[in-house]
Every structure is written in structure tokens, then in C-alpha cells.
Design a protein around this ligand. Sequence first.
Ligand code: BES
Ligand code: MN
Ligand code: ZN
Length: 503
Amino acid sequence: MPTSNIALAVQAKLTLKKASKTNPLPLIVLFATDKGEILGNLEHAEYIDRAGALIKQANFKGGLGETVTDYALHATDFPAVTIIGTGSLNKLADNIAKVAKATYQAIKNNKSAAILWGDTICQRHFTQFVIALLDGAYRFERHKAKPKDADAITNITIISNKDEQQDYDAALAFAIATDSGIVQAKDVANEAPNILTPSQLAKAAKQLGKDFADSIDVTVLGEKDMEKLGMGCFLSVSQGSDQEGKLAVIEYYGKSGKGKKAKLDNPIALVGKGLTFDSGGISIKPSAGMEEMKFDMGGAAAVLGAMRAAATAGLELDIVAVLACAENMPSGSSVRPSDIVTAMNGLTVEVLNTDAEGRLVLCDALCYVQENYTPKAIIDVATLTGACVVALGSHRSGLYSNDEDTLFALENAGEFINDLAWHMPLDAAYDELINSNIADIQNIGGPKGGSITAACFLQRFIKEGQAWAHLDIAGTAWISGKDKTSTGRPVALLTQYLRSQAK
Ligand code: BES
Ligand code: MN
Ligand code: ZN
């Protein structure tokens, strides 16, 4: 199961057992601002006094991420104290993740730590903090001959306000559930594409069904099944690859319960682009950086992760998730530029560029969920366009929607959990650019507004009145370069959105 091996708890009061060789005292963590103000819970005056003295002694400035530890005074009967700088209190809301990362670095070599949570930091920031803290423990060491040992830290206690204990417990459980989804997404996204093939990605979905046999059902369609359904757009992408394309359908019965003849009740539908490798096909990509196209299944990874998080949190709503898993390769059987293919709903598409393949697998997946369910809303998630990276960089995902409620709910979820998105347009003037003179639609809209025309393409497959949103995560799903790694985004945004929709 993809979870970290750290046990976390929230307690109203810090209670220290007597130290022994096998049970060392935890490291006590406090936060201090750049004004020297300690954000500790006032019930723990002894540590606050101690931290105050340490700030003076160590000439600690409270800058963001600055850390000082009082090892010198560490006696067997009194724990060591670490202070983490938060920088300016006014800006703390934007810097929670950085404070959490610094905290993880400060505590990782201790067996246990107790964090004195400040009164001035709210629930929302607490949730963000825990997610970022656990994220610090993430490793992808599977392919190393000698994997590094896990960090020493196995127990973290967060000392909260007594009167809000239940709220903190709920927030903690949600944060841990979200982390399990982020770990799931990262584990599949970081995997090499010769190992994580479309079939293997579908298998990861199957595994989720086994892990949550009481609430999740998984069905995997192969290429023969998709042929029967008329998913010509999807199949045009995978036809050039030796790897079979798969459509993994994950049903989560969080509201209606998984009975014998259970049917999902107005589920939220999530659809993820799962290109386990995108070479571009016949419209082949340049070699430099092509290796990063193993992350082109980041949308499917995030959807899979959000499903794990939703099931772990036991969210009370029904969800259907579809992972469109395929590989885009050049070969004698590849789709060619100018080929015309037909989607499940009968619309024809002229493939002008085989590298615009994400929209081709997604349009059939979008048809599939509308054909088989009555979704309350559909959210698709895709590493869809380089143009989105140009527009928004790596900070915010592109967010498109035809429905105000869905738009606001996703924007708010992103703000709440610090996994941000930015609203982008879908004007008819952009949509016109994908009209084909020979088929219903063409799969590219020309050099300008590439993220927008891609979104317009997807919208052509959304039925009248169907609430829908599209997240272009090309810039946010992974970090490029030597330290390339999946970010696990936007699992947190999706999970928080699902939580906001649960009743
Ligand atoms: N997976 C890519 C998008 C991408 C590119 C994500 C770079 C992150 C970084 C997608 O399949 C693609 O190739 N899109 C093309 C579309 C174009 C041919 C209209 C692109 O963005 O160049
Ligand atoms: Mn492509
Ligand atoms: Zn792609």
C-alpha cells in the first residue's frame, strides 16, 4: 500500500513518558516568526521560555525555513528543542509548505517529534502542513541496487488546541488520506515507461479495487472492447504501439454502497490522460527532453491517486474514474497526419498532428462516461499541452469549465489545499480554430492559444447541459531536469474538491 511509515497523531497536551534507551524523548518543534514571536500553544510555557532563550542565544532571525536546535541543553530528562522560522506572519499562509519541508528536514533524523502547533494557524493551514510534511518523506528508490534507508522519524505528534481536538483529528485523517493518494500518483508517474505500460497502469487501478474491495469496483477494457464501442479516436493513438491500450474504469460507491446490482448515483466523473509514453508518433518529438514524456500519464496518475485518497477518507459520494491508458509510438501501423477517425459519439476527427494525441484518447473516455453514467460533473485531468506550460508555468494548472459551480468548487479546493489552478477561457472564437474542412473537427488549432484550443476540442465531446471541467496539468504534474520527479499534483486539489462535493 502506498503510504509513508510515519505514525501521526494530534494531542491536546504534550505528555512525555520517562526517557530510556529504547524510548528517547521526542524532539520538540516550535515555530517563530521574523519578529521573534513564537507560535506555540500557551499551555506549553516551559518550551516557549526555552525557545525564547534559544532565539537570543543563537541569534535566530526567524527567516522562512531557518532552523536552530538546542542540542547543547539536551539532557536525558528534558527533550531537545528545535525552532523553525516562518518568516513574516503576514505571508505565512503562502509559505506553509516551505515551513513543513523545513520541519521535515529538522526532524527526520529523530525517532519521534512533537510539534507545538501555533494558535494562530488555522485548520486549512494545518491540513496543508501535514500533507507537505508527509511529502518530505517520499522516496522513489525502487530501481537503486542499494536503496537508502528510510529516515529515522516514525512518530510525529502535533500538539493542538484542546477545544478543537475533533476538528484537528478530522483534518489529520483527511491529510493522511490525501498523502496516500499523492504517494500513489507519484509511484506510478515516476515509474519507467518500459515497466509502467498501459496494461500495468490499468493493473494499478485493479490493485486499488483489491485494496478497497468493499467500496471500489474496477473494470478494464482492452482494444477489442473499445473497437466494439466505436472508440476510433482512442484506438488511433494506441494502434502504432506494440502495447495494448486500456481503459480502466474505477467505480467508488461512497454514497450508495457496493451491493450486488449497485449502480452509481449521479457520480462525479474523473477522467485522466494516461499516456505511459508520448513520443509524438509520426509527428515525432525532438530527442531533447523526450524522456520526460514518461510523465504523460500524470492525469491518470492523479485521478488514480484521488480515488485512493477518497476511498481512504471514506468520502460519502459516488465517483467514477476513467484512466485512458495508451502509448504513442511511430511505426508502420501508426496513425498518420491527415487520417480521419471516428469517436464513440460519431463525431469525425481529422488527425493533423499525431502528437496532439491526449485529446484523442480523452474524447472517447469523455463519451464513455456520458454514455454509461449520469455524471453530476465531469473533471478531466491531462498533461495536455506545452502551450499551457508557456502560459502558466509550473505554479498553477490551467482550469477550464462550462459550469460556474464546478469552476468555483475547483478553484476553492485548490486554494484551500494549496494546489492552485487558474481559470482559462473557452470563447467561441477559439473553438472555431478547430473546425476541419473535411471532417467535423481537426485535432490541432494552429500555433496560437494551444492550451485553449485543446480544451475546446474536449468540450466538443461534452453533451449540452453536462457540467464539465478540464485541468491542463502539463506544467504542474512533474518537475523537469536532473531532479525530475512527479509532484503528485493535482491529487490534493481533486481530493479536496471531492470532499467539498460529499454530503
Ligand atoms: N504530452 C504533450 C504535452 C506536453 C508537452 C506536456 C510538453 C508537457 C510538456 C502533448 O501530447 C503534446 O504533445 N501536445 C502538443 C500539441 C500540439 C501538437 C498541438 C504540444 O503541446 O506541443
Ligand atoms: Mn503529444
Ligand atoms: Zn501527450
